[in-house]
Design a protein around this ligand. Structure first.
Ligand code: FES
Ligand code: FES
Length: 152
């Protein structure tokens, strides 16, 4: 079957198998590998994207369900060729560690700050609780979120 979606403001058409995930379609059909596949079970958040403005795990959404909808991936958060302030903050605080979880954390943080520009520590922790980092811990990641909020 064919689907048409808007990804990062651009129309994309793709021929998909009806059972495949939005994550697979983004990565393998549309040339957008920024969203990572680390568990494919909705456990890690590395595939986080915005679907019609709502944060979802792209591995848990069927590509067919996204037909006609709008998606923002990590490739789409930069503005006018400049890193998004959240991306800048991750760089400045050293929060890009191995980087596998980073795309999902960036998208989840952009989503958090769009709803809560000045989140509390608990709100940051809750908002990122679905995004697992397997490497060195969360301190720099939380520092990045706080810095992005301060710089907003
Ligand atoms: S790859 Fe989707 S939640 Fe882990
Ligand atoms: S930096 Fe997050 S999994 Fe390594």
């Amino acid at each position: 079957m064919n689907i048409t979606v808007t990804v990062n403001g651009e129309p994309h058409e793709a021929e998909i198998w009806p059972g495949e995930s939005l994550l697979f379609a983004l990565r393998e059909r549309m040339g957008l590998p920024g969203s990572k596949n680390a568990c494919e079970q909705g456990e890690c958040g590395s595939c986080s994207v915005l679907l019609d403005g709502k944060l979802v795990c792209a591995c848990l959404v069927l590509a067919a369900q996204a037909d006609g909808h709008e998606i923002v991936t990590v490739e789409g958060v930069a503005e006018n060729g400049e890193l998004h302030k959240v991306q800048e903050a991750f760089v400045q605080t050293g929060a890009v560690q191995c980087g596998f979880c980073t795309p999902g954390l960036i998208v989840a943080t952009v989503d958090l700050l769009s709803h809560k520009p000045d989140p509390s520590e608990d709100e940051i922790r809750e908002a990122l609780s679905g995004n697992l980092c397997r490497c060195t811990g969360y301190q720099k990641i939380f520092d990045a979120v706080r810095l992005a909020a301060e710089q907003a």
